[in-house]
Design a protein around this ligand. Structure first.
Ligand SMILES: C[S@@+](CC[C@H](N)C(=O)[O-])C[C@H]1O[C@@H](n2cnc3c(N)ncnc32)[C@H](O)[C@@H]1O
Length: 939
């Protein structure tokens, strides 16, 4: 009798017929009728050649696209109904009270929180942001009914998060309180430092539009975001697994020592090599794996001639086999079964054995028999990750599996076609594809323990290890049913989000129709999504269109520049679709400074204005402002907005005048956080610093193509006349009261610790040092020397004297003591209090101290410095060779001047002389360079 206890343990439940449904205002007698109607509509649309020309249109036949899609909710191609959904959802939004005005401050929360959740784990992907982390963002930025968009949705966790914002229990699990009327409260500190619960958001489902270039990703996203009849799902999964078991169960049978038939849990396969001395065969597992100590040996003796061997010095053994799918004989690296792990009814625990003759006969029988159903046999296109499988003769999709697992998968795929739950079950099977393949590694280090022996697949690769686990697929899938059911039982039974497939460069979303974006885009060359998703997609019949894939990839001939161009095109497109005055969060993790700079450039190039960049300090679990892009090693959260209040239209008229500058600053200050704190400590909001505000303003002008009508000094003076200064930061009148209140309870803000790595940061460090405490050269020098450890290798090292001379003033004892020094001395020395500014004791104490000039005097100094920098830049223009060590500040000043003079060729010529990484890692240089290239191209 066949053992089917696993399947029998899953409940058999009668199927419920689906009742009438309404979709996009149209009534249907059942959900199947709805699907049939829209499938026909999509079929017609697919005939339209223009539709197929949309960027990122996936590779697949009409039939395969239709099979995978569940229109109008999910299309494995662009979605023609997005505008209809958005209009419907907009009309259904709860009414806001009169006078409601949307206003939010930038927000950053831990993006890795919530990974131990059955929902998060139900379907895997190369990187994932847990829905619980995204929920905090959605709750902060949106109201119930608002429409959220994720243009790089992967598995669609943004959609899950949007739906879960309506789930009281889940919201409370995030540490919020929920009042009976749905008001969500968050714990905060009040003015007296006491903890209080303050309104934070409202309970209620949000809508989501989800897009990804990869059909495998959107297919998972669709399944995550569609309610499932759990009992029907269980019943169908059980039925199909039973049918497959009946047809394929014999392939996982093995004989126990007493003759009883056992069921194979998994078989270990090993590479076979040839001894470099005697050319005899060496089964890697038998010779190199030290199971007792859980180790793979670096060198080991040949079993035939005892010569000392290492894996690197041996050749592989190859076999020639006939590949029926390709109808040709192919060479494959030889692999043999070396261990079987099985269970026998009536014997507790799992048993292990070395395959005996019966087992080898079984393997041969499976290898000799044809597979009765379809298998995907697409050629693996050349990619950055494909040399791993190519090296062992795996060049086509089906070759990633042992014949046994391929046959079981193909039988499963065949039987799924008979199920009304085909899509949902296919997704369940799809999730197991990497682990069902030869990429599944055995954990040698755990061989001597009771822990699981699976080491999964080497993340981000297509690597086929020397020792593999060939799992019993039916068992593997059976175990996963519970995960899906457990997730489905937690979601609401109504909300369906909209999912589509294509490039975010072309979404066809109506202008200014969406309320909030949460993006987790690819990070340069971190993960090659299309290569990694290829295996899944061959089973789905629809493949990623790689042309607009936003990655750095040698095989696709895409470098960082191409990555940036695609990201910019995506951000430009989605900018259009966001309502003015609304926010976008871009999560970005753990990558190179140049990639991070590229993404920030793309964001601003598209028109967004960055209000805040925060990095998660994993150790402390807090967010810090990022002051140094080259030291990025953490998760980053970029917060950007699309300006509103008619600013953009006004700006068109005001751009040539100074009023445009102040309008920009006024608008920008509205979007900046008023306070930032770490625990109970108040922090400086770096974005409110006059120099950072000036840089933001310049970047905005430059990107809009206008000359900047104001100098840095005029900016500083104008700022102090129009806005209110507190602790070196600028505020709007209605913000300053809040800041003052907070400061009363928390005390003065703390400066962020700075990292001196070049001229610009050295100046900033010096400014911080002598602003409150003017000091003499001999006081400053030893402190400065301590900071110099991390100086960039391309940056010309500057003498402290030169830095001080060019940027600060020194009191020479002539004339009255400057206010900056006077203020410091009279507050810190009792005997110097209340003395006139020309008192000889005060003068003597003040002499030779360096201080920060006030804005009126700073102008002269700045002009002198600029002159020196431009002189230096002239030299860079003339030199023929590449520049190895130079002053970045000189290049920045030179680029700015050249841009104002429309001398774009100079920018490009000097940019070519400096090392690529310096250009890519410096946001200012990159901005001038990008602008120059664009303008030269356009002329
Ligand atoms: C970091 S992953 C997103 C993972 C997702 N946050 C999750 O939780 O599953 C980035 C995604 O961007 C997609 N992608 C790459 N280029 C794209 C483009 N031009 N348009 C849309 N999606 C793109 C990739 O297919 C990949 O799924």
């Amino acid at each position: 009798m066949k053992e089917t206890s696993l399947f029998d343990s899953l409940l058999e439940v009668p199927q419920k017929p689906s009742g009438p449904v309404t979709c996009l205002g149209m009534p249907f007698e059942s959900d199947e009728a709805r699907r049939a109607h829209f499938t026909e509509e999509l079929r017609k649309k697919l005939q339209d050649p223009e539709f197929r020309k949309i960027e990122g249109f996936p590779i697949g036949s009409d039939e395969d696209i239709l099979n995978l899609s569940d229109p109008p909710y999910y299309t494995a191609c662009p979605n023609p109904w997005i505008a209809d959904f958005i209009a419907e959802w907009e009309a259904q939004k709860p009414e806001q009270p009169e006078g409601y005005h949307y206003h939010r401050e930038p927000f950053a929360a831990d993006v890795s929180e919530g990974k131990n959740d059955p929902i998060y784990n139900a379907h895997s992907y190369h990187t994932k942001v847990p829905h619980k982390a995204i929920m905090r963002y959605i709750l902060h930025y949106t109201e119930p009914g608002d429409i959220v968009f994720d243009g790089f949705c992967g598995t669609g966790m943004t959609g899950v998060a949007a739906q879960m914002c309506g789930d009281r229990e889940v919201v409370m699990s995030l540490g919020y309180q929920v009042k009976p009327d749905g008001t969500i409260l968050q714990e905060e500190m009040d003015e007296d430092g006491k903890k209080v619960w303050r309104p934070f958001s409202k309970l209620g489902v949000r809508r989501a539009v989800l897009n990804d270039l990869s059909p495998a990703a959107t297919f998972i996203a669709y399944n995550y975001n569609t309610p499932v009849d759990s009992s029907l799902f269980t019943k169908e999964a059980t039925r199909i697994l039973k049918e497959v078991e009946e047809e394929c169960g014999w392939m996982y049978e093995t004989k126990h020592s007493d003759g009883r038939i056992g069921k194979i849990n998994y078989t270990v396969w090993s590479d076979v090599f040839l001894c470099s001395e005697c050319a005899g065969e060496v089964i890697f597992w038998n010779e190199a794996v030290d199971a007792e100590n859980g180790k793979v040996l670096d060198d080991f003796p040949c079993p035939n001639c005892s010569a000392s061997l290492t894996k690197r010095t041996m050749e592989r053994a190859w076999i020639n086999i006939f590949d029926p799918a390709l109808k040709e004989t192919i060479a494959q690296a030889k692999q043999v079964p070396v261990q079987i792990n099985y269970s026998v009814p009536g014997i507790s625990g799992r048993i292990e054995k070395v395959p005996d003759q019966n087992d080898l006969n079984l393997t041969n029988k499976i290898n000799d028999e044809p597979i009765p159903y379809w298998v995907p046999s697409n050629k693996v296109p050349d990619g950055d990750k494909t040399s791993d499988p190519f090296r062992v003769g795996v060049t086509h999709a089906h070759q990633f599996y042992t014949k046994r697992n391929l046959r079981v998968l193909s039988t499963l795929r065949h039987h799924l076609k008979t199920s009304p739950m085909e899509g949902q079950l296919l997704c369940l099977v799809g999730d197991q594809l990497p682990r069902a393949s030869k990429m599944h590694k055995i954990a040698v280090s755990r061989l001597n323990t009771n822990l699981s022996k699976t080491a999964g697949v080497l993340a981000g690769t297509l690597y086929i290890p020397s020792n593999q686990i060939e799992y019993n697929i039916n068992l593997m899938i059976g175990f996963r049913i519970k995960d899906v059911i457990s997730y489905q039982s937690k979601r609401d039974k109504k909300t369906r989000q909209v999912v589509f497939t294509g490039s975010s460069e072309s979404t066809k979303i109506p202008n200014e129709s969406l309320d909030y974006f949460f993006f987790d885009p690819p990070f340069g060359s971190n993960l090659m999504y299309s290569e990694l998703n290829f295996l899944w997609e061959t089973w789905l019949g629809v493949l990623t269109n790689k042309t607009p894939e936003a990655i750095e990839n040698r095989s696709q001939k895409k470098n960082l520049d191409d990555y940036r161009k695609i990201m910019t095109a995506c951000f430009r497109e989605v900018y259009r679709a966001l309502k003015p005055g609304r926010w976008m969060t871009v999560e970005f993790s753990n990558t190179k400074a140049s990639v991070w700079n590229s993404i920030q450039t793309s964001i601003t190039e598209a028109g967004f204005i960055v209000a805040n960049v925060s990095a998660l300090d994993k150790k402390q679990g807090t967010f810090n402002a990022v002051t140094n892009t080259t030291s990025v090693k953490q998760d980053l959260v970029i917060t950007a907005y699309k300006p509103n209040g008619g600013f953009e239209e006004r700006f068109q008229k005001e751009a040539q005048t100074e009023e445009g500058v102040w309008d920009f600053v006024r608008t920008h200050l509205k979007y900046l956080p008023v306070t930032k704190s770490q625990g109970s400590i108040l922090l400086i909001v770096a974005e409110r610093d006059p120099r950072i505000l000036f840089d933001q303003m310049i970047a905005y002008y430059v990107r809009k193509g206008y000359p900047v009508p104001i100098s840095s000094q005029e900016f500083q003076i104008g700022l102090s006349q129009r806005f209110i200064e507190r602790d070196g930061m600028y505020f709007l009148p209605d913000q300053v009261a809040e800041y003052d209140r907070k400061k009363m309870t928390s005390g003065a803000p703390q400066q962020l610790s700075m990292f001196v790595s070049d001229e610009a940061s050295a100046i900033q460090w010096l400014r911080q040092l002598i602003k409150e405490k003017p000091q003499t050269f001999s006081d400053i020098n030893p402190q400065f020397m301590q900071q110099l450890g991390g100086w960039n290798k391309n940056e010309a090292q500057l003498d402290l004297r030169e830095l001080l001379n060019q940027n600060f003033l020194c009191y020479d004892g002539k004339g009255p003591v400057p206010e900056q020094i006077h203020a410091y001395l009279s507050t810190n020395w009792k005997e110097l209090r209340n003395l006139p500014k020309d008192d000889p004791t005060l003068v003597a104490k003040a002499r030779d101290r360096w201080y920060v000039p006030d804005p009126n005097k700073a102008g002269d100094l700045e002009k002198l410095r600029e002159k020196a920098l431009l002189k230096e830049f002239e030299e860079y223009k003339e030199v023929k060779k590449k520049l190895k060590v130079f002053r970045l500040e000189a290049v920045r000043a030179g680029f700015k001047k050249a841009w104002q003079e429309r001398d774009y060729a100079v920018i490009v010529a000097v940019a070519d002389k400096i090392p690529n990484n310096v250009l890519e890692e410096d946001p200012k240089l990159l901005m001038w360079y990008d602008q120059a290239v664009t303008r030269m191209g356009g002329e």
